[in-house]
Structures are given as C-alpha cells and as structure tokens.
Design a protein around this ligand. Structure first.
Ligand code: GTP
Ligand code: MG
Length: 463
C-alpha cells in the first residue's frame, strides 16, 4: 500500500498538533499553549467517504536531542548504516524514561513514515535546533521542513537558510490560519517528499476539492430545509377561557413557544453544518458560551441580519407586482396597468402590516368543548431574511474554520457583510415569493425546493 504517512516532528510547542488537526480535519487533537501537551505518538487518518486518504502522526517534541545525537555518533558505522543505528537507539532505550519522547517520535519514522519538521518562524533561529535536524538526517527518511508562524515576529529568511542545510524542501505555512486553497496546495507539495506519494496525494487533493463542493450543496439543502420548517411551523397552546386576558396570556405563551421551536430548529441546523465540515466538538463550545451567540429573535439580530423596512416594502412591492402581472396575464392583458398597480400596493401593505406581528393566530374550538390557540406560521416578513443571513454567515465561518482553532465560534455579523448587500433585487424578489408561499401555508413542491436550494447555493458561493 502506498498510503502516504507523515510524522509531524519538531521542538515542543511549535504547532505540530495544530498542523495535524488542520490536515486531518480533526478538532479532537489536543492543542495548548503549554509545551509538552502531546506525550504519545498517535496516528490521525484523513478519511473521506470511508476511505483513508493519508495518515498524519502527531508526536511529542524533541527533549534531549543532543544526548541522542551523541549516542548515535558514538555508534556510527558510516553513512550506509545510520538508519540502522537510529533503530538500534530505539531498541536500546525502549524503556528509558529519559528518552521517552524521542522514542515516540522516532519510532514511526523508522517504521517508514515521511518527516515533516515544524519550526516557528516568528521566533529567531538558534543552534539548539541543529541536533533535531541532524538526527532526522540520520534516519535517511524523505523529509520536508515547514515554517509555521505562531506570533508576530518574522525570522523566515534566517530559518530558510538554516533549514536549507538539512531539507531540500522548505515551505512557509500557517497551521491555524491557512485557508482551504493553501492546504490543498501544500498537500500536493508533499508529493515531492516521496515519489510513491505523488499520485495518491494528488488524488487526495482532487477528492477534497470535489468534496468541498458537495459540502456546500449539502449546507444549501440544510439551510433550505431550515427556512421551510421555520416558516411553516405552528404551535398549539391551551386556552383556558375566552376573556381578553386569557387570550393575551395564551397568545404570549404561543409566541414564545413558536420562537423556541425556530431557535431549536436553527440549533439543529447548525449542528448539521458542523457535522458536514467534521467540526464535531464545536457545538459544546458554542452552547457553553450561548450568551455570546446572538439570539435569532433579538433586536440586534434583526437590525444586523434583517432587511430594513424600506427594503422589505420595496421587495414586498416588487413581488406583489409579480402577482399583479400574473392577474394581468390571466385577464389577457386588459387591465395591464391597473393590475400591476393594485398588486404592488397590496404587496407593500402586506409587508408593512406583517411586520407588526410575529405570526398568524387562530382560536380553535375543541370537539369536547373548550378552546385552544394555534400560533403560526410566522408572518413577520423579516424572519426568513434574518434566518438566512445568520445561516449563511454561520456556514461561512464553519467552512473557513481550521480544525486547529480552539476558540469559540461566534456568529457575529462583524465577520461578514450584510446579507442585503449581497443579494441583488431579482434574487431578493424570487426568494421573497418563496417565503410568502411558505408563510401562506403552501408546501413547496420538489422543484420549488430545488430552486430555493440553488438560490442559497449561489449565495454560499458568493460569500
Ligand atoms: N496564531 C497561531 N498560533 C499557532 C499556530 N500553530 C500553533 N499555534 C499555537 O501554538 C500553541 C502550541 O500549538 P500545538 O499545536 O499544541 O504545538 P505542539 O508542537 O503540538 O506542542 P507540544 O505537543 O507541546 O509539543 C497553541 O497555543 C496553538 O494555538 C499558528 O499557525 N498560528
Ligand atoms: Mg502537540
């Protein structure tokens, strides 16, 4: 099997585990600002559709490189035997706690893994790294050096000259901030480490690019379903009597319940998006700081993600006009101007009055006596825009997020543009027609859902 297998090695705290998390898309890899976080070598496979594309081995950092090198030099039998001497070092020190970390990191290399040596290019080069690099040269395994940038300093040129003495390929790569394109580019570059890996790694890169597109499609489907359910949901609350107070109480309860349903659905939808992008640990961190995540129904959420009253009125007027024109067509064009005028007026009026209340409310009589209140579907014309804006931004943040990031995901509009600015008038009208249809209690046929999904997919690409 030519499955590419790379050991990620270096000094402690240089971003080895961060690199592994990003390239294996695994947010369970332990990462911390404290040196010595990784204590055991561990293999992380990058899986796609059940197939392992490549494997990365996270390892502890070098602790006693000079002593190891001194041992190797003392047992040197010439260049041809150096790989064997490294293997002998491992056998001789398998149970020696002083060399635990070196044994962990060298074992996968001796067993055939390629080497990725990581340094921090924001810190100056120092001679203490030479023992690491010399040991890696002794293994005789194919290798490449990566300059990671952990903080603000820039010592790249110095590092390049030093690393160039030991590695034929040296690349700069930010394990935490690199985008998907850079990741794919580097994956293809790994093909140069071992010629047997060029083909499988290029294939892996192609597969990941194709999968990225599929993920965006799945996200579009998820957002479409979120909108469809949110706009068609109704809730029932008991009505104890028919007094004004009874109704007001039930009304408030129903509205709260409806809001809760929509929130719950949004949380579910976000979870699905996390799963699509392999961010399985993200949810807990998000809900642990739920107060940081704006509520879908908060005033701020509406002002940030929703459409302005003018935009709503204009959209309402425009899609009303579409209805008006349809009437015109039915009437053979006889009332052309009149039809469009009435339609537009109704559309704008409907939008503005709709903005006054959240949802439709109906009192239902029960067969055995008594009443209940049905609240929903949501009539507020801004709710679908707010949901859509939030969902698009959330999806963008998740898609861009490397698996080495450990801070909270905060869905804040500061991180992306206003939805209204990226939707042109025609698209806004088409979406508005769909939203109205849903609000009106009409189910979407399969073609309409597909059309909604396609509109959302275009917006995801535009973000
Ligand atoms: N900004 C930034 N921070 C990084 C980058 N790579 C690593 N870090 C941070 O550096 C610290 C160490 O990262 P780890 O990935 O745990 O380093 P390690 O080499 O695995 O460390 P040990 O397991 O202790 O040897 C963490 O706080 C990371 O968040 C990077 O590319 N950019
Ligand atoms: Mg680590």
């Amino acid at each position: 099997m030519n499955r590419p297998r790379l050991a990620i090695v270096g000094h402690p705290n240089k971003g080895k585990s961060s690199f592994v998390a990003t390239f294996a898309e695994d947010d369970a890899v332990a990462i911390s600002p404290h040196p010595g976080t990784t204590t055991q070598a561990r293999t992380y496979p990058m899986r796609l559709d059940g197939e392992v594309l490549y494997e990365l081995i996270d390892t502890p950092g070098f602790q006693r490189a000079r002593e190891v090198l001194a041992w190797l030099e003392a047992h040197d039998r010439g260049a041809g035997a150096r790989g064997a001497v490294v293997a002998e070092f491992l056998t001789a020190h398998a149970n020696d706690p002083r060399f635990h970390d070196e044994c962990q990191l060298l074992t996968p290399i001796v067993e055939g893994a390629g080497i990725l040596y990581i340094v921090d290019g924001s810190r100056p080069y120092g001679r203490q790294y030479e023992a690491d690099m010399e040991i890696l040269r002794w293994t005789g395994r194919p290798r490449m050096a990566l300059i990671n940038m952990i903080s603000a300093g820039d010592h790249i040129d110095q590092w390049r000259s030093a690393l160039g003495q030991y590695f034929s390929i040296v690349r700069v790569f930010d394990a935490v901030r690199a985008d998907f394109g850079k990741r794919i580019e580097l994956l293809r570059a790994f093909g140069a480490i071992d010629e047997r890996w060029a083909v499988p790694l290029n294939r892996a890169a192609d597969a990941l690019v194709a999968d990225r597109q599929r993920r965006a499609q799945r996200v579009a489907g998820e957002i479409a379903d979120l909108l469809i359910t949110a706009l068609t949901t109704t809730v029932i609350v008991p009505l104890s009597g028919r007094s004004v107070d009874d109704e007001a109480r039930a009304h408030a309860e129903g509205r709260a319940k409806l809001r809760e349903e929509v929130r719950r659905r949004e949380v579910l939808s976000r979870r699905t998006v996390h799963e699509i992008y392999h961010h399985t640990g993200l949810e807990a961190r998000e809900s642990a700081a739920a107060y940081l995540v704006e509520d879908v129904f908060s005033a701020r959420s509406f002002s940030v993600f929703g459409m302005s009253q003018t935009q709503l009125a204009l959209t309402g007027a425009a899609s009303g006009a579409v209805v008006g024109s349809a009437v015109d067509v039915a009437l053979g064009g006889a009332s052309l101007l009149l039809g469009a005028g009435i339609g537009a007026a109704l559309g704008a009026f409907g939008t503005l009055t709709g903005a006054q209340g959240l949802a439709k409310v109906r009192v239902l009589g029960l067969p055995l006596g008594g009443y209940e209140l049905r609240v929903g579907p949501i009539t507020d014309p801004n709710v679908p825009w707010v949901l859509l804006g939030r969902a698009l931004l959330h999806a963008k943040l998740v898609a861009e997020r490397n698996h080495s990031r450990r801070e909270e995901l905060i869905v804040d509009a500061q991180a992306g543009g206003h939805l209204a600015d990226m939707i042109d008038a025609a698209r806004r009208r088409r979406l508005d027609v769909t939203f109205r249809r849903l609000r009106g209690g009409r189910e979407l046929v399969a073609d309409e859902r597909e059309a909604l999904l396609a509109e959302i997919a275009t917006l995801i690409d535009a973000r």
